[in-house]
Design a protein around this ligand. Structure first.
Ligand SMILES: CC(C)(COP(=O)(O)OP(=O)(O)OC[C@H]1O[C@@H](n2cnc3c(N)ncnc32)[C@H](O)[C@@H]1OP(=O)(O)O)[C@@H](O)C(=O)NCCC(=O)NCCS
Length: 393
């Protein structure tokens, strides 16, 4: 049978990058791109980020509802206890950290995979739902601990033990700097973390669900999702925004530098979004937080943003390109005391909470993802070339 006659080759062809295609039903989150609005389980995500703590949003994602004060306290205590590294992991972190620069997502991927094995993660098909839920929460609690320890080790410093008496964000900064942060820094980092927990079917979330749909264990899911996150078109962008700002150097250089980059087909880091065709609401809140922090970079970043948006409108008319979440993320994180190398790993710490909520939803109503590809190569079946002399089987 030729490929063209095979009924499995359906005529429907999805657009490149699956743009505009819904590939699953979800109760976890959604992004309404034209309205510049997104939500977590129906609640305005920016409002949650303004008013709550990481533990509130985490509880909402994992358990399905915002917590009562008693539930929040119990959840915070439980997840703080899960900051303890599983047996055998701490000893191996120096070897992992030696292989990569500080803040490497590749190192984090190795460490989280190791931790998942140490926690006994099995294919979810071979364990109970309760076991999978607990592993999902434990891996989320471990991500910041691993990220901070690897950063310090790769920087030639001793890791700092997590504290159970600190909230998620205070503890995160404490494990990196060794000091309990002031309220301003904690507030800033916490807004960033809460804003980036989930965001519809973004690339790494989709990856997580695809891997989970095969029945794989959560270690495989998280390491695969981290791989997706590491790319510059996704979570690898914020440090590159700083590289771009450094390269521009001064407000006067913004126009010629950005024009040259766009005209040469470069993507400006921190601009554009598949879904948002208006201002990214995450960027708006982070811009606000950056101003409150009186960061030296704010005025310059604002000048670059304004010039970039004008130039993108002129040189890419109709594409509706604005600053995305990554543009002010770095300004906020740096002003709160996080080094540039930690921007992407910090993103991984919040996004794992969204990945886990999505994966739990996936496995409770699972069908393996197995789409088609439109074969566009030489017509099949091909004649074997006479030059090919197969070895004896
Ligand atoms: C986010 C992103 C991957 C979305 O990609 P996408 O939906 O596939 O968008 P496309 O690449 O199809 O872009 C559509 C058009 O806008 C242009 N464009 C998109 N983002 C751009 C950017 N940041 N700078 C310059 N041009 C951009 C594309 O070149 C394309 O132009 P064309 O029609 O002349 O070919 C893309 O905007 C990007 O790479 N941004 C920079 C990286 C970034 O900030 N990532 C973090 C995302 S939260």
């Amino acid at each position: 049978m030729t490929a063209a006659l095979d009924p499995a080759n359906q005529p429907y062809e999805a657009p490149a990058g699956l743009a505009g295609v819904s590939v699953a039903r979800t109760h976890v989150s959604d992004v309404l791109g034209r309205q510049g609005f997104y939500h977590y389980r129906g609640y305005n995500a920016v409002d949650i980020a303004r008013r709550g703590r990481v533990e509130d949003a985490w509880h909402l994602m994992l358990r399905g509802e915002l917590p009562t004060p008693q539930e929040r306290a119990a959840f915070a205590a439980q997840t703080a206890a899960w900051r303890q590294l599983p047996d055998g992991v701490a000893e191996l972190l120096p070897a992992i950290a030696r292989q990569s620069p500080p803040g490497s997502l590749a190192a984090l991927r190795t460490a989280i995979s190791l931790s998942a094995q140490a926690l006994g993660c099995k294919p979810w098909t071979d364990q109970s739902d309760a076991e999978t839920v607990e592993q999902a929460a434990r891996l989320s609690a471990l991500m910041p601990v691993l990220a901070a320890a690897l950063f310090r080790l790769a920087s030639g410093l001793e890791p700092i033990q997590p504290r159970t008496d600190l909230g998620y964000s205070d503890n995160y900064l404490y494990m990196i700097t060794g000091e309990v942060p002031d309220d301003r820094s904690r507030y800033a980092v916490e807004r960033y973390l809460m804003l980036t927990i989930d965001h519809g079917f973004n690339n790494s979330t989709f990856t997580a669900r695809v891997i989970a749909s095969s029945g794989a264990d959560l270690g495989a899911v998280v390491s695969g999702a981290l791989g997706a996150l590491s790319g510059p078109f996704h979570g690898g962008a914020p440090a590159r925004v700083f590289d771009m700002l450094d390269a521009i150097g001064s407000p006067e250089n913004a126009e010629p530098w950005l024009r040259h980059a766009i005209e040469h087909g470069d993507k400006l880091m921190g601009f554009g979004h598949r879904i948002y065709k208006t201002v990214d609401p995450r960027s708006e809140l982070l811009h606000e937080v950056a101003r409150e922090l009186h960061s030296e970079r704010v005025a310059f970043s604002e000048a670059v943003e304004k010039t970039a948006v004008e130039l993108l409108a002129e040189l890419k008319p109709g594409r509706e390109l604005y600053a995305n979440v990554e543009f002010y993320a770095g300004v906020v994180l740096e002003a709160a005391g996080l080094p540039r190398e930690m921007f992407s790993t910090t993103f991984a710490c919040s996004r794992i909470i969204g990945w886990m909520a999505n994966v739990l939803e996936q496995i409770r109503d699972n069908r393996i993802f197995r789409p088609l590809a439109h074969y566009d190569g030489p017509a099949a079946p091909r004649e074997f070339p006479s030059s090919w002399q197969p070895a004896q089987p």
